[in-house]
Design a protein around this ligand. Structure first.
Ligand code: PDD
Length: 284
């Protein structure tokens, strides 16, 4: 049985409890981070804590733990649960109080929950085969830059995609692709240029996105940060997505149309290798 962390305590998962009045539960008033674990070490922990602070600030949420405290809890959970490959999930809510749209008084402590999940990240079967993606209207709220737990639309469309035989969803706003259900979306043009939507409130600023674009730069691959249509993606040489748990994940089909030759493309595969290599070397 896993050991999880709840509000300062390490407890067996079946003894961990959170109040029914928790605002994360009642209002989706909570934020989260997912940090990957490779060889028992954390990938890009500083990137995830930096984004955590941006989410906290955007929602005016207080959080008493330091980054050092957080790192210690991440490491303790990885160690206690003997995770070599997988993830650490961290969620912070505004705390528990009587149900009221107004925020509770300042002295309500936030609810802090962390747990680990084992997952095969490197030898991922989907990354080898390539993902089939379908598109859906992006009906999420328009602050997708804040990593809140309000994931219902992404969950609904991903389930619909699965029922239709696809692996994931790319969301479309005003005719342009925003991002995947839980990842950032990219295409590769015939000349090798990578195209991905620029950072705004329409997408989450992926920590993997930053790292992968840096890898691309080091390889001398040019990157254009702009939005693209589904038709442009379908006509591209390659497509792929990035996320903490998916790394670089080739896309081989969009709405039934094969991308390139319908197999994972060389740019995506190369970036995946380099991303894994550099993250592994820098993991803490
Ligand atoms: N999701 N866009 C969305 C909507 C996401 O939910 C995520 C991550 C990303 C990629 O961000 P990063 O590279 O920092 O993981 C982009 C996580 C993995 C999840 O919800 O499980």
């Amino acid at each position: 049985m896993r050991t999880v962390y709840v509000n300062g305590n390490y407890v067996p998962e079946d003894e961990a409890t959170v109040s029914i009045f928790d605002r994360g539960f009642l209002f989706g008033d909570a934020i989260y981070e997912v940090t990957s674990v490779l060889d028992g070490k954390l990938i890009d922990f500083p990137g995830h804590t930096a984004r955590l602070h941006r989410s906290l600030d955007a929602l005016g949420m207080s959080f008493p733990m330091s980054d050092e405290d957080l790192l210690a809890v991440h490491r303790e959970l990885v160690s206690r649960n003997a995770v070599t490959e997988g993830l650490v999930y961290l969620q912070i809510s505004r705390g528990a109080a009587d149900r009221d749209f107004l925020f509770p008084a300042k002295d309500v402590p936030p609810t802090v929950v962390l747990f680990t999940q084992e997952k095969t990240l490197v030898e991922n079967a989907l990354a080898k085969r390539g993902q089939k993606v379908v598109t859906a209207d992006d009906l999420r709220w328009r602050r997708c830059d804040i990593k809140t737990v309000q994931l219902l639309w992404a969950s609904l469309v991903k389930n619909e995609a699965k029922a239709r035989g696809a692996d994931d969803v790319w969301m479309v706003l005003d005719g342009l692709v925003t991002e995947g259900s839980s990842n950032n979306a990219y295409i590769v043009q015939g000349d090798g240029t990578i195209v991905t939507r620029s950072i705004s409130s329409d997408i989450l600023a992926g920590i993997t996105r930053t790292a992968v674009l840096k890898c691309a730069e080091e390889l001398g691959v040019s990157v254009e940060e702009r939005a693209f249509t589904v038709a442009e993606a379908q006509a591209a040489a390659e497509a792929f997505s990035t996320s903490a748990t998916g790394f670089v994940n080739p896309v081989i089909e969009i709405d039934g149309v094969a991308i390139g030759d319908g197999k994972p493309g060389p740019v995506a595969q190369r970036l995946r290798e380099i991303y894994i290599e550099t993250s592994r070397a820098a993991a803490i």
